[in-house]
Design a protein around this ligand. Sequence first.
Ligand SMILES: O=c1ccn([C@H]2C[C@H](O)[C@@H](CO)O2)c(=O)[nH]1
Ligand SMILES: [Zn+2]
Length: 132
Amino acid sequence: MNDQFMFEEAKKAREKAYTPYSNFKVGAALRTKEGSVYHGCNIENAAYPMCNCAERTALFSAYAKGDKEFDLLVVVADTDRPVPPCGACRQVISELCNPDMMVVLTNLKGDVEELTVKELLPGAFSPQDLLK
Ligand SMILES: O=c1ccn([C@H]2C[C@H](O)[C@@H](CO)O2)c(=O)[nH]1
Ligand SMILES: [Zn+2]
């Protein structure tokens, strides 16, 4: 990844994670086409299924501010390999981001895996599938 700035933003976002149950902190930095950057962190809950991942926090935060056009998502965690987003996040990213947008998965060691939204979830269920 040639975007050290976005990697640093994702690490800053990770510091805000609320993870009393897993102690597994994840950060996301989402850049809009206009250049704004939204932070996302995972936010857990004593009712475990209510935990929200960093990737979705970033996307929902942007939507709540009225931003919907994105050009890069960077995710970071303290993992051995670049952190792989869960299935729920892959589904949400597929619907809210352009299929050709880059998603950069990283870890604190600086390992990087770059893929497009469509590579992240091939064959995603989409709004088109609701139409007959
Ligand atoms: O890509 C990922 C993977 C996991 N988590 C969160 C969910 C939960 O809070 C914790 C452990 O799964 O990490 C994320 O935020 N993003
Ligand atoms: Zn997730």
